[in-house]
Each structure stands twice: as C-alpha cells, then as structure tokens.
Design a protein around this ligand. Structure first.
Ligand code: SF4
Length: 71
C-alpha cells in the first residue's frame, strides 16, 4: 500500500476518458463527470490525505487509463 501521507498529484486526459464513471463513483470528492458528455472532471488535482487512497484506487480502476498519478 502507498503511504496515504505521501503527496499526490493527479492528472486526467479527457481525450482518453470514455465516461465510464468509475472514478466519480470510487472517489467522488476528487472526480466528477460533466453533464454534457459524462467525461471526467478533476475536482481536486492535489487531494487531501483522506482522499488519496480512493483517488489511487480510481486511477487503477479507470478502464481508459485516463488518470495519471505523480508524486
Ligand atoms: S473512470 Fe476513467 S474513463 Fe471513466 S469517467 Fe473516470 S477518467 Fe473517464
């Protein structure tokens, strides 16, 4: 398991996103989907520690590999 205290930076690629919504379901504090196309909206590029485990999980679950993690 990653240390939840470690800093985390997120990026999303809306060109890759297929609107599956796994990210918004898994980490609703960090990801949303836009109303028009259902594509990912990054709410929190540098999530607080309590949201980092869910954000990491969401990145792993994304079927389009549209979420990148750094830090
Ligand atoms: S899980 Fe991936 S493909 Fe689905 S909405 Fe989120 S970023 Fe897009």
């Amino acid at each position: 398991m990653s240390d939840p205290r470690a800093p985390l930076r997120l990026g999303v690629d809306r060109e890759r996103c297929v609107g599956a919504g796994m990210c918004a379901l898994t980490a609703p504090a960090v990801f949303d989907q836009d109303e028009e196309e259902g594509l990912v909206v990054l709410l929190s590029p540098a999530p607080a520690p309590e949201h980092r485990p869910a954000a990491r999980m969401a990145a792993g679950l994304c079927p389009a590999e549209a979420i990148t993690l750094t830090g």
